[in-house]
Write a protein that binds this ligand. Structure first.
Ligand code: 4AD
Ligand code: MG
Length: 478
């Protein structure tokens, strides 16, 4: 008999005999097995007539055990499910020691997310993380679908690279040199000419520069891959290894870029609402339960699903950086000296400022554009005012910056000047500069932090809880 998934079993009609395999979530009163195989949030109830089975066998049907069950689908007598399975054959494929289970998060009891994070290799088996990772999958699928349906090509940008695309110097080195005893140059530094690639190499911080090359031939491309940043920020929104989606559009300007970012985000959130209903509803209810135990001021004003519906239904607020500063300077928290970080034209906005604009002032997603050129990357296009660049950040409630993008400096002379200003050597980026020599054209793009998107559609508030194996400072155990 061919095995069917729990999801399919729950959608089947009574009468059929089926084979299901999964893990035991609970075994109540020696009679009801709650079986989960990961295909959906819901468990399949298996009813066991204990007199027809060997006692020693049933003892092994403990929480966490992997089992294979042949049974008959019948209409459920009990509440909570419409269909259940009457067990005919039970085979235990892998036992789980009840005493060991007691020490883990697999015991059926409510655990803190902190504890779940310590046992992250087991957390996939919990309802919460099952839901989060099914949603994460659906978002990855929807991203490819969106771009495919809109004429973009998936371009695989390299993970090993010799360039620092963001010019921020937060890179992990990739080397095969003997770390104990590396070859040295006459000046005494490490001699990277002897390294695998013959020059200093690192893990990529962004696939953008390569995506620009692709866009200047294929028209519209996107990258979707892991990116690495050795920024030592232990926050709930930063990872050392995260996934980024970077579309790049030839012949597009900053307005096209903002339009694309808004349409794209709305599409993805709509997709989650339409296709991950059971999981989103579960996480919504979970958040409401958690909120009920918090002081009113810390509770979410809107529920998870209300927040998602709201973003889909309303236009994002678009304001220039200059306007944003003006709003902040006229705000109550500024006048009452409640902001920790300074506000004046030219500063990088701190997360407290971004949150004020999004959560208190506009109460909706905000796109800030035209930032001071000094605080943004070298590749962003100079505006005619001589002070700002055609950059944009999309800010989301509860998340902060979810997207960062810009129109690119397509004029060779200007780009070379900017590289000089930012102390970026032309030598290593000759291939990038070449795009400005052979049929250069206006183009724009952005980067969406995949985990920040998953945070928004799952309601999880720590970025470690939306990636299967989080990498953060001092944390690479499993
Ligand atoms: O704003 P960033 O640094 O932009 C770029 O890397 C550009 N090359 C994108 C482009 O124009 N093609 O990063 C883009 C997004 C951020 O808005 C944020 O969502 C996410 O990537 N991000 C991180 N997510 C998790 N952990 C980190 N350490 C992140 N750093 C950036
Ligand atoms: Mg940014």
């Amino acid at each position: 008999m061919a095995r069917i998934k729990v999801k399919a079993a729950l959608e089947s009609k009574p009468g059929e005999e089926i084979l299901v395999k999964g893990w035991v979530r609970a075994f109540r009163s020696k009679r009801f097995i709650a079986l989960n195989d990961g295909s959906c949030l819901a468990n399949l109830q298996v009813v066991v007539d204990f007199e027809s089975f060997d006692e020693a066998l049933l003892k092994k049907v403990a929480i966490g055990a992997a089992v294979s069950i042949v049974g008959k689908l019948v209409e459920s007598q009990g509440k909570g499910q419409s269909i259940e399975v009457e067990a005919i054959e039970i085979e235990v494929l892998g036992e789980a020691d009840p005493e060991e289970i007691q020490k883990t998060i697999l015991q059926p009891k409510k655990h803190s997310l902190e504890l779940l994070r310590e046992q992250a290799h087991l957390r996939f088996r919990t309802n919460t993380f099952g839901a989060v990772f099914r949603i994460r999958h659906a978002m990855a699928y929807a991203i490819h679908k969106y771009f495919n349906d809109n004429g973009f090509f998936y371009l695989h940008s390299p993970i090993l690279t010799a360039s620092d695309a963001e010019g921020a110097g937060e890179m992990f080195r990739a080397s095969t040199l003997d770390s104990q005893n590396p070859p040295t140059t006459e000046q005494g530094g490490v001699d990277f000419s002897e390294d695998f690639f013959g020059k200093e190499t690192n893990l990529t911080v962004s696939g953008q520069l390569e995506a620009e090359l692709g866009a200047m031939a294929l028209g519209q491309v996107y990258t979707f891959g892991p990116t690495f940043r050795a920024e030592n920020s232990n926050t709930s929104r930063h990872l050392a290894e995260f996934w980024m989606i970077e579309p790049e559009i030839a012949f597009g300007d900053l307005n096209d870029d903002m339009d694309l970012s808004e349409d794209f985000l709305k599409y993805l959130i709509r997709y989650a609402l339409d296709n991950c209903k059971e999981d989103v509803e579960f996480l919504d209810a979970r958040e409401q339960k958690e909120d009920a135990q918090k002081p009113t001021a810390e509770r979410n004003e809107l529920s998870l699903m209300e927040r998602m519906e709201f973003v889909v239904a309303n236009d994002f607020q678009r304001i220039s950086y200059t306007e944003a500063i003006r709003i902040l300077e006229n705000s109550k928290p500024y006048k009452k000296k409640k902001f920790k970080f300074p506000v004046s034209w030219g500063v990088d906005l701190a997360s407290e400022h971004e949150r004020f604009l999004v959560e208190k002032h506009f109460k909706k997603p905000v796109i800030i554009f035209d930032y001071p050129k000094e605080i943004k990357s070298f590749y962003m296009r100079n505006n005619d005012d001589g002070k700002t660049v055609a950059a944009m950040d999309v800010l989301f409630p509860g998340i902060g910056e979810i997207i960062g993008g810009s129109q690119r400096e397509e004029r060779l002379t200007e780009l070379k000047q900017k590289m000089k200003d930012f102390n970026i050597e032309e030598e290593g980026l000759w291939w990038y500069l070449d795009t400005r020599k052979f049929g250069t054209a206006p183009h724009a793009g952005f980067g969406l932090g995949f985990e920040r998107l998953v945070m928004f559609v799952s309601g999880m508030t720590n970025i470690r809880d939306v990636i299967p194996f989080p990498r953060t400072p001092k944390n690479v155990e499993f």
